[in-house]
Ligand binder design. Sequence first.
Ligand SMILES: Nc1ncnc2c1ncn2[C@@H]1O[C@H](COP(=O)(O)OP(=O)(O)OP(=O)(O)O)[C@@H](O)[C@H]1O
Length: 317
Amino acid sequence: MTTTSGSTPEMRHHLDDPGTDQPGGLVGEVARMSAEERAEHEAEVADVVAPDRDIEVEVGETLLEMRDVTLSFGGLVALDSVSFSIRRGEILGLIGPNGAGKTTCFNAMTGVYRPSSGDVLLEGRPLGRLKKSQITRRGIARTFQNIRLFGEMTALENVVVGTDARHRTGVLGALLRLPRHHREEREGVERAMALLEFVGIADRAADKAKNLPYGYQRRLEIARALATEPKLLCLDEPAAGFNPAEKEELMGLIREIRDDGYTVLLIDHDMKLVMGVTDRLVVLEFGKKIADGRPAEVREDPSVIAAYLGVPDDDVA
Ligand SMILES: Nc1ncnc2c1ncn2[C@@H]1O[C@H](COP(=O)(O)OP(=O)(O)OP(=O)(O)O)[C@@H](O)[C@H]1O
């Protein structure tokens, strides 16, 4: 995957002076563009963010499969023979009451925990005993329920760290200052900048992550995950703590990510939001899968209604 072919003069300018929000900075330049110029600029950014998006992907083929996965913590069975597939190009929602096993599913897919039995397969190959970093390289990236950023690093640096997962030169290449290392470093910064723009926080690229507003931090986590060029992006409650307008904006971003060719797995408690953005839903309760289907079907499913008994109708609507 090449990542720099679409880098634009605007991006390069911004790299020289990241974070500037003043007239002359990228944000100001974009604001002054005509509608036509802006559309062209956005297409150029999209080229950098998702360079492969025009390559025809077999939307609908299985990307990840949870095959009969059981995961126990001592006597507690957090996942009980759970099987479902995530199809390429879809937004799949994973829902269920508190403690149902949603985060444990993410942890099983990303190598935090190993299933006690069963398999997680990515593109038909079991993840087996791969380490977290190896799974990231195979193509699964995630964000966390509790934001985990490098607080003392800038927003841009946080995303550049994500691009490192794709670098082919290792520590030795860096020590020897190989030309390829320099090129990868430069490409990483350009791609990181494009991703910050894509998620809407390029104006704060030079700020330390810990100083960013909460909503920016959530978007920064998504940019960092995208930097690894994942085949599957797992978002664990990305809208937690957002007001309705912020949630709506975030859903727009998640749709854009999918439209750019990524596959998204989404956990969220807000039923309205999940129903509104997902193509399909898997419902867990007490570690077992109780439903799997289109949002409109799942919301009518008696076992799902029973699992959510007590949730006001408004929240399920
Ligand atoms: N590391 C752990 N050690 C012991 N028990 C755990 C561990 N992680 C999760 N559990 C238990 O496994 C069950 C499933 O937890 P999990 O966090 O996956 O649920 P969840 O559906 O993500 O819940 P929530 O919506 O509250 O985040 C819960 O009973 C939880 O207490």
